[in-house]
Write a protein that binds this ligand. Structure first.
Ligand SMILES: Cc1ncc(COP(=O)(O)O)c(C=O)c1O
Length: 416
């Protein structure tokens, strides 16, 4: 049995049609498969490989830490230098007064912690979230994920969750004194790379302050420079009560975090003590990798680079749309870009034709018309141009294909 057969027989499948690329190695912005093909990766593991695949500084930090110790004790008992140093770095970079970090293994766990914190400090249990959001697949995060089709099979989930329309300041009056916390992605990722207007996040901050509800920014996808600032919320000048990170924060290793003020975070050590614990959260090897990735991000100016490269990517895509047609919108911030096409079938064909040419692009979970682009922030000018020309060829071919050659329905359609 070869590895492909093992994958399909023994690895639990989550869709009927996995991409199934057989990865041999991944480096920088490139993935090489076992058949010797090279793919330019415009998805980066859905925003994980911000500093590129197998960044040498990250790999060196992993090797060094692995030579010292792997796991020593459950979270919060021993002083582990990589954890303490990464916490200091994140705690200092996060906007005031956010400075205390709780490490987890993933984004969904970090959101669980943030939601629990909101309930504990307010003594309330109602939560507010937004249509089109995605916060993860554990029960609590799923309960605040704004797409019913994914929640329904697992109900009952958390009680008392209200969903409001995203980017609608008028709807925020529904946040009242019963609400413990409001969770929002500053830019919705899985909702189709939706960037809110200038009013929404500041209005949300004001409403949460008035109601005494905690404002939680889920920056799992938008954080760590992806959108052209270290955290996306900065672009609206809004500071949340809790900032949630994952994906790129581990430099390619499993790591998540939620960050709050010292006063807020103290709640997890009292009434009762050990209110929120984890065995592996903040694993020293992952924190060493995360610290190395953060230093690369800052030292190499990758945040400003993401902003500039993202502008050029969007401009190139707009020009492509004007020239070839089939594009209904191009949006995003930094290197989180949504390319909206006319319909689901076109989107499916476009992605498939990109892959034929050796370019990896992504879907978004809640819409079948938006291609998500989230390349490593180290993307070079030449790689950007290469990606753009592959997308133009793919779009021309996708448009030329008549409907008799349509793949039957799109991935997202099949989830509906
Ligand atoms: C905004 C957001 N929150 C939470 C998550 C869940 O993170 P994880 O898959 O690490 O649990 C994701 C993952 O895509 C995400 O995009």
């Amino acid at each position: 049995m070869n590895d492909r057969d093992r994958f399909f027989r023994y690895v639990c499948q989550t869709s009927a049609m996995p991409l199934g690329l057989e990865v041999a190695r991944a480096e920088g912005c490139w993935i090489e498969t076992t058949d010797g093909r090279r793919y330019l990766d415009f998805l980066a593991g859905i925003g994980v490989a911000g500093v590129g695949h197998a960044n040498p500084a990250v790999v060196a930090a992993i090797r060094e830490q692995a030579g010292q110790y792997l796991h020593a004790m459950v979270y919060g008992e021993y002083v582990l230098a990589p954890q303490a140093r990464l916490a200091e770095r994140l705690g200092t970079l996060a906007p005031d007064p956010l400075s205390v970090v709780y490490f987890t293994n993933s984004g969904t766990e970090a959101n669980e912690g943030a939601l629990k914190l909101a309930k504990k400090v307010t003594g309330r249990h109602h939560l507010v979230a937004f249509h089109g959001s995605y916060h993860g697949d554990s029960h609590g995060s799923l309960a605040v994920t704004g797409r019913e089709v994914y929640r329904r099979p697992f109900e009952p989930l958390l009680p008392g969750v209200t969903f409001l329309p995203f980017d609608d300041p008028a709807a925020l009056d529904a946040i009242d004194e019963k609400v413990a916390g409001v969770i929002v992605e500053p830019i919705q990722g899985e909702g189709g790379v939706r960037v809110p207007g200038p009013q929404f996040l500041p209005a949300l901050r004001r409403r949460c302050d008035a109601a005494g509800a905690l404002l939680i920014f889920d920056e799992v996808q938008t954080g760590m420079g992806r959108t052209g600032t270290l955290f996306a919320g900065e672009q609206w000048g809004v500071v949340p009560d809790v900032l949630v990170l994952a994906k790129a924060v581990g430099g390619g290793m499993p790591l998540g975090a939620f960050i709050g003020s010292p006063k807020l975070m103290r709640a997890l050590s009292q009434d009762p003590p050990l209110s929120h614990v984890t065995t592996f959260g903040g694993h020293p090897v992952c924190c060493a990798a995360g610290l190395a990735a953060l230093e690369v991000l800052l030292a190499e100016g990758l945040i400003a680079r993401a902003a500039a490269t993202g502008e050029r990517l969007r401009a190139g895509l707009r020009e492509m749309g004007k020239r070839l047609g089939g594009v209904t919108d191009v949006r995003g911030r930094g290197l989180l870009v949504g390319l909206e096409l006319v319909d689901g079938a076109m989107t499916e064909r476009f992605a498939a034709r990109c892959l034929d040419r050796g370019l990896i692009v992504g879907w978004t979970l809640h819409t079948n018309r938006v291609i998500r682009l989230a390349p490593p922030l180290i993307l070079s000018d030449a790689e950007l141009e290469q990606g753009l020309s592959m997308m133009a060829e793919a779009l021309a071919e996708a448009k030329a294909q008549d409907s008799s050659r349509d793949e039957p329905g799109t991935r997202a359609d099949r989830a509906l």
